[in-house]
Design a protein around this ligand. Sequence first.
Ligand code: IPE
Ligand code: MG
Length: 255
Amino acid sequence: MAAPHPATNESVLNDVQRQAVEAGVSLDALPQHVAIIMDGNGRWATSRGLPRLLGHREGYRSLRTVIKDAYDLGLKYLTVYALTAETWRRPDDEDEGLMKLIEKATRDELRVMHQNNVKVRAAGRIHEVPESLRQALEDGIETTKDNTGLVFTLAVYYGGRAEIVDAVRALVQEGATPEAITEDALRAHLYNSDIPDPDLMIRTAGEMRWSNFLIWQSAYAELAVTEATWPEFRLEHMIEAIKQFQSRKRKFGGL
Ligand code: IPE
Ligand code: MG
């Protein structure tokens, strides 16, 4: 009989892994890259008679927990949609509050993420992000650049179509001929070409849309939608999504 895989050896499981295994997750077949469309902060707040910004603050608590659970579980990549390129569609005070919150969160969480070997990345039109937030992100990326644990990517000022446009522009700028514009060449010019495509995309608050998130990279991703709003999202919901992922047979267009 083959020796048990170390990850499934009961004695070395941490609490998060144990909870996942007890719920029926196979640790040998985890998705390697989970992307999350965090949605429903506003609904969480308004349904409780609270200002929307409090929903975003609660959402930050969820994110902090989920990042920790992700590395405890053993995921390699986690990407979350924090700000769209169309964030200006929100009322000014909400937009500004959200931006401040993301900046504060990025600064406040840096130490603990660094201690936990998390590598911070960003995706989006970073050059258009307001200076102080951009600085916080760049500090985070620089500080953690040699870490080898979970790669955590924050999508800010992100739009999937804009990302494809930016990739084509970069190719053209390099003088690429029409024949040189291939799927591989385009993929290599997306914001983070070294990060593999997500294999599981989770969306909260029950909506069934991609919302312009990682539209190139998620061509073959499994989608799991949870009714829980983002502020309510916890390990149990992540486990449920991973179980759905593991119960589906991925075919990549084949039989
Ligand atoms: C998610 O919640 C917001 C972010 C991740 C920034 P929303 O603000 O979109 O909440 P709803 O959709 O209005 O409930
Ligand atoms: Mg929303």
